[in-house]
Design a protein around this ligand. Sequence first.
Ligand code: ATP
Ligand code: MG
Length: 396
Amino acid sequence: MILMDNVIIIKFGEVALRGSNRYILENRLIEAIRRNIRPFPEYRVTREIGRYIVERADGGDFDADAIIPRVSVVFGLVGLSPALRSRDTGIAALREAALISAREALAENPAARTFKVAATRAHKTYPLRSQEICADTGGFILENIPRLKVDVKNPDITVKIELRNYAYIYSRFIPGLGGLPPESCGRALTLLSAGIDSPVASYLTARRGAYVESVYFHSPPHTSERALQKVLDVCERLAVYTGGYKLSVVNITPTHTRLLERTPPEKFTILLKRSMLRAAELLAAKNGCDALVTGDSLGQVASQTIKSMAAIDHGLNLPVLRPLLGFDKREITDLAVKIGTYDVSIRPFEDCCTLFVARHPETKPKVSIIESIERNMPDLPQFWLEAAEKAETYEF
Ligand code: ATP
Ligand code: MG
């Protein structure tokens, strides 16, 4: 009996390139992987040079279908490979494992006709050279799976054999989501609405390593509980990637009502957005976030022209990041589908920015005029303060 077990090899890319930060990033990555597999305490993550290994801690059967979806969504991974790991590195063990691996690849891709074996040795003391290992194990696969032919240039299946302290044999590579490890690149507060764009903006910000939490501005009775429910459901989807998610729900009704009474309709959206960002800034200070993020895309609607965004941001202390600025709607939608927020976002029930949009909203607002309108509502700053203070927190 040859002793082998199933493991997952995790490969990470950009992390490995980052000089002195490297250990911090690697720690963040391994913490995130551990957090995502916490519901399965019988698994553990160990370190090897340039990669991690997920293994069963108790010698039981490896449930790849349960573990892979949880590990592959961690930001900062290049990808992962389910592998056979053999303590016995003798050629007989390698042959057997290579054959199992080729059969698995074939089961996944039944149309495959060609293969190759690629071997690497960490210790050059191994009695066979890499070429000899490939030829030997490749011959064994040919004997046992006659419908496969060797093609070293462009094979349908590549069986990899890596000789380290153990032998690792694998043929699958599941690409990761890329990006940087969670919570390795600052803290951002994203303005999350019930629409398609802001969940994608939040995802992209988190993907590049920022700790992300969100604020939703609720405005009952102008906006419905069902719109709030959409946002809660979106957060649940985002939590899959970040291993948890925090949402603050801020009631903006007093501001909203005052703006409806006192602002010209064509300027309403700009003023509402300014109020949202100001309240968000106060919340960010409370929650230790250093940037605000919105789902704006240049020119998508009147409030997303350069002049509108300039008028909206004027006077803020925190930067407003707009990760979707250069994306077309189609690209944003495709991403929303891919990350799993689209079907929630397209449910009916709009948030306050979609309702109350004027027939001819202003696209080139003047900051001085916007500010003078705001000055005529002297209790707005107090509304923002109270709104931010009374934020309700949801944890996912
Ligand atoms: P989305 O699809 O994200 O709703 P949108 O294309 O509908 O965006 P707007 O409604 O103009 O565009 O909103 C622009 C951005 O303002 C949103 O992406 C979001 O970041 C923020 N935002 C709008 N409404 C709210 C809200 N009720 N709560 C929090 N943020 C909001
Ligand atoms: Mg919207």
